[in-house]
Ligand binder design. Sequence first.
Ligand code: URA
Length: 458
Amino acid sequence: LQAREPMDNTSRSRQDASAHVLGTIARKRAGELLPARDIKRLIEDFVAGRVPDYQMSAWLATVACIGMEIEETEALTRAYVAGGMSVDLGGVGKRVIDKHSTGGVGDKVSLVVTPIVAACGVAVAKMSGRGLGHAGGTIDKLESIRGLRLDLAAAEVRALVNELGMVITGQSAELAPGDKATYALRDVTGTVESVPLIAASIISKKVAVGAHGLLLDVKTGAGALIQDHAMAVHLAQTMVDLATRFGLDCRAVLSDMSQPLGFAVGNALEVKEALAALRGDSIPGFTELCRVLSRLMLQLALPDLSDAEADQQVSVAVSSGAAHEKFLQWARAQGADAAQLANPDLLPTAPRREFIRADRTGWVESIDPRAIGNAALRVGAGRLVQGAPIDHSAGIVLQRRVGDAVAAGDCLAEIHYDEGDITSAKNLTASAFTLGISQVCVPPVVHQVFGAASRLQR
Ligand code: URA
């Protein structure tokens, strides 16, 4: 027998960490409630590199299958935030509101509601993310604008909230490090679609940002992260409960993602549509959702504001041009090219177009948002491989929406592209449309609102 090398401290701590993960997996499978200290230790060990990806994946898969109680989800949220930085907005002297969407196809809502709410005098600090699967991300969309800086340090975030009442930035690496490490793994191990894992992931980032009020836009329908309606309701309720446990005044809206939001899907195309909405264009479904979310954000900051008063402020912010001007001021403050903003035609524009036409006369019965999102991905509007570059000009512009009448040969959608797999994009776009012989009801844009605004303490 050969004498074994004595174990150094690093291997011992790896072995301890490994035994601890296996223990938590076994206890979770046996139906036990995991104590907060165990969850904290697990995330600490993973962030420190003491737990390998394969063991963490097994833990995540166990949680995704079995679920977690709200106390465990709260402990996971705390563990994600621990060891990271937080933006201290306490000194801003105003109530600061944040907004988060669970993601959808054509979801450019943040580009519109943030300046509307800021133009109404309520400060908004918005941390946004990149595209995920078939759904685009606000940061990718905004990167269509030349010069715009989206990697702001905490001090810059505070300064902009103070000076302008509005900031949009990407997530810094130091914010909720536990979530950052875990999310990357979930993305490639099929463990994204879990209510407690999504809730802890989103709320940990919101806690780290430090706003006082939070509006969540939870999507439901074929294009949503969580497609099942009952599960989306559970997600909305869980996030409101969780946010409240962290002292955040939170409301959630369950909004429709059974068809793409607005007409444009793709980065620069969506920025152009958002700018048009800010200039007062009415975009079916999209304009209504922006108005409801803006109203709820105003009421999170000013709980005594009635629906009618809030709606009136939102209308005036758009009709007076104040919201559009706020967007321009904000973008210039974060380095954007003023000429490009003054003339959105200077935003990236694809050199080629393909038209998808109706093969018969009838009514648009449904437009599958996942197929449209995937078609946009195929022409380069998003990433099929992690970290790949994207074509900001590419995407799909719908010419018809659910409930519209069509005649044979009418254009249903335009594909804007340069390179990429145009054949797949065409097939996906054509297959997304279902035409029927009678008119259908258009689903409501807002299904439900959760959580009541209460007077903010901070
Ligand atoms: N967005 C997040 O930030 N986290 C999730 O888990 C899902 C969507």
